[in-house]
Design a protein around this ligand. Sequence first.
Ligand SMILES: NC(=O)C1=CN([C@@H]2O[C@H](COP(=O)(O)OP(=O)(O)OC[C@H]3O[C@@H](n4cnc5c(N)ncnc54)[C@H](O)[C@@H]3O)[C@@H](O)[C@H]2O)[C@@H](O)CC1
Ligand SMILES: [K+]
Length: 511
Amino acid sequence: MAAAVDSDLALLDVAGMAEADRLTIAAGTPGAALMERAGRAVADAVDRRTPPGARILVLCGPGNNGGDGFVAARLLARRGRPVTLALAGERERLSGDAAGMAAAWTGPIEPIDGVRPADYGLIVDALFGAGLNRPLEGAVAELVEAVNAAGRPVVAVDVPSGLSGDTGGSEGPVIRATETVTFFRLKPGHLLMPGRSLCGLVTLAEIGIRADVVFTPERPAVLFRNAPGLWRASFPVLAPDTHKYRRGAVLVVAGGLAGVGAPRLSARAALRIGAGLATIACRPEALAAHAARGPDALMQRAVADGAALERLLAEKRLSAVLVGPALGLDGEAREAVAAVLRSSVPAVLDADALTILAGSAARAGRQIARRGAPCVLTPHEGEFARLFGDSGGGSKLDRARRAAAEIGAVVVLKGADTVIAAPEGRAAINATGCPALATAGSGDVLGGMVAGLLAQGMPAFEAACAAVWLHGRAGEARGVGLVADDLPEAIPPLLRELQDAGPEDWSGAER
Ligand SMILES: NC(=O)C1=CN([C@@H]2O[C@H](COP(=O)(O)OP(=O)(O)OC[C@H]3O[C@@H](n4cnc5c(N)ncnc54)[C@H](O)[C@@H]3O)[C@@H](O)[C@H]2O)[C@@H](O)CC1
Ligand SMILES: [K+]
């Protein structure tokens, strides 16, 4: 993996950020210098958000997050801002750089009880950041509720207080921020739900942490936010002399008459994302129904049983297979999933195929290991739970990563904060998309997009990340009122946008 190329998109969890801090300090940058720059970034965000006369309330906690708050307060006061600073805890108990920054603050330090957030034009939340280790309670919890009730703009330092930077969750009250200023790299909690919706705008500030010291070939980034920079290098490009088989042939394994629509959405999406050929393998009784519906570019083949499907899967020119959408759960459906798992074609398992594997992740893992071709699983939370149970618990990121390692396949755990995890440990969190994507058939389109990219030779993790990102953007492009049929049609303009931007400009399309 090209760690250097991807490190801009890296995410750091709490432990990773502490390590980045430690390595940078060991390489010669004092911790106080980092804190000074962090505080300045916060003060700059406040300046951008408030008119000069607005009263600013800075709420500081007992650790380094509070230290950043002391710096911001000092700089804002120096810029002529009316600043009130309140400290949760006792000043004498501050230590290290935070104590140094408190000493440099020459204004009064108020206790937090008695502070009325509604009296201020903006509130800086520097109560707790990466060091949060238990739910907020007592006076601090009440203060957080009062801040949220005041309805004033809130600039949170690093993460909204009460939120876990690792999981995006909280077990007690949590600040609802207008903007969150974080440092060096985003944290998983900024992207995972509900964290993403509590952070407001997330601003990333460079504070002098050295990427070249933090990410090295021996210690590459493994967590990422999903953006074109993560997969652009392997995204298919049409060769001038290409032909349809070289572009890749996708087989979508469908069920009977009752499920004609879903596999067609998948096949259409595979074609739209660039596969040269898409064929639907269906039960004989469904053949006429498939043939009667567009688009004419789609092919259909009747397969009477598992053996017939195996012959199709053995065709040399086939380059990816998708099984699951509206497949059904009967004996024939089971045979189809087994045939795909025995084949050596890059595969996407979705929907009913995942339900068929429910409770047998270990056996499926052995089959996947034997097949020696990439495999991508695209469960939503329900399918994931049926297949992997709680997968050891923890955050959505933790669960997806453990599941991918367990089953030896790329796992796409879908939702507003889709996580894509590879078996060797890499994972990405996606932030494109919109609630309108929660509609029937949307997942079938995604499965087809992954299969279409696999068919074009994209590695499984990159194919899954690209498909998820583009699927989200397609949803945004169509917006409210979309139906799944719209999504494949929204793909070509996105491909053109990416193509026209050129590799060096793709960062402009990142989100
Ligand atoms: N890691 C880095 O590279 C940098 C970190 N900085 C700041 O440092 C922060 C992390 O600092 P700390 O590790 O000191 O952690 P925090 O400042 O987040 O909080 C730690 C303190 O809060 C207490 N605490 C935790 N949860 C509590 C709860 N629920 N109720 C009451 N007390 C609680 C802990 O016992 C500890 O005293 C970051 O979030 C960031 O704002 C910046 O100064 C710049 C550089
Ligand atoms: K905070």
